[in-house]
Ligand binder design. Structure first.
Ligand code: HMG
Ligand code: MG
Length: 295
């Protein structure tokens, strides 16, 4: 069966804006996040504390968090790769972080400057210290269905990396189809191979137009936390073929049709996407945003 309620984990301000050519002004980022909270979001991944020369688009993370009016009942997780990032996040009063691992050697090298195995030497102390500080910790595993250099990723390899992250004490594991190559059969098989859908989230990029179909498969397999980005913006600067995430509006349209509660106001989300598209200088790739926007 399908869940009655789904948690939409909004990644637009982080995954979306990390991939913009132009640096978005910090006050626009703050307003974006505030509009998302206003539309009913309760989890908004706000930014990253990664190396500022690796992702200059998010180098203003401390400034952004200082400006943000954090609302009670809304979580604002941030990406953190290492202890330096954790220190910076703690200085900004962050209560939730996400570490991000790769399921493949090639992407670990490119995204983290580490090998498949040595990425854990970086994450282990981060997760331990974050838990000591009482933070909530999410973990991502990327390239779960395939990567641009190695082709299809073996399911066992994804499960091994993912279990290792969960065993560190991470509260949740988000399965990332970074380049959007998976189809629903892949999603079902991977979730079943983990066997713990209540601890999983799914993070589908829509490069091949499969994100919504994969989401339905994940819901049927027992997952009830779905990552999405408002307007369908996003991508990963270290994975060239990656395009936008599943659009939050496309997700909400489908869930509403299925009678699944999200707490989100679709009209406000669409208005936010239209507002953001004006600031980014290009239309939202979301079909639902296009359909609901007056011509
Ligand atoms: P490195 O160069 O190996 O770092 O980068 P290092 O540990 O060797 O340190 C070198 C210098 O950088 C040191 O300074 C550190 O202090 C400094 P020095 O002593 O030489 O003066 N440094 C930092 N400064 C500020 N903040 C930090 C930090 N860390 C080190 N956090 C590192 C390794 C992991 C830092 C780098 O590779 C990095 O920042 N990578 C992040 C790449 C990234 O953000 N990618 C996008 C997010 S992942 C994604 O989008 C996928 C996802 O959406 C899921 C999916 O779709 O599948 C999550
Ligand atoms: Mg992503």
């Amino acid at each position: 069966g399908l869940p009655d309620r789904v948690t939409v984990y909004e990644v637009g301000p982080r995954d979306g804006l990390q991939n913009e050519k132009a640096v978005v002004p910090v006050e626009v980022k703050a307003e974006f996040i505030d509009r998302l909270a206003d539309a009913g979001h309760r989890v908004i991944e706000a930014t990253s504390f990664v190396h500022p020369t690796w992702v200059p688009q998010l180098a203003d993370s401390a400034d952004l968090l200082a400006r943000l009016e954090r609302r009670p009942g809304v979580r604002y997780p941030v990406l953190v790769p290492n202890l330096r990032g954790l220190d910076r996040a703690l200085d900004s009063g962050v209560e939730e972080i996400a570490v991000f691992a790769s399921a493949t050697e090639s992407f670990a090298n490119r995204n983290l400057n580490r090998g498949l195995d040595s990425q854990f030497e970086m994450f282990e102390p981060v997760v331990a210290r974050a838990l000591e500080h009482g933070l909530r910790v999410r973990a991502y595993v990327s390239m779960v269905f395939g990567d641009p250099w190695e082709g299809p990723t073996p399911v066992g390899q994804v499960v091994a990396v993912g279990r290792r992250l969960l065993d560190l004490g991470c509260h949740e594991l988000s399965l990332g189809d970074t380049i959007g190559v998976g189809t629903p059969g892949h999603a079902t098989a991977l979730i079943e191979a983990f066997g713990t859908p209540e601890r999983l989230a799914v993070h589908f990029h829509d490069t091949y137009g499969q994100a919504l179909a994969n989401t339905l498969a994940a819901l049927r397999a027992g997952v009830s936390t779905i990552d999405a980005s408002t307007g369908g913006i996003g991508g990963c600067p270290y994975a060239e073929s990656a395009t936008g995430n599943l659009a939050t509006e496309d997700l909400v349209w489908m869930l509403r049709g299925l009678g699944i509660e999200t707490g989100l106001d679709l009209d406000k989300l669409v208005a936010t996407s239209v507002w953001l598209a004006e600031r980014l200088g290009r239309p939202s790739p979301s079909r639902v945003v296009q359909a609901l926007t007056p011509k």
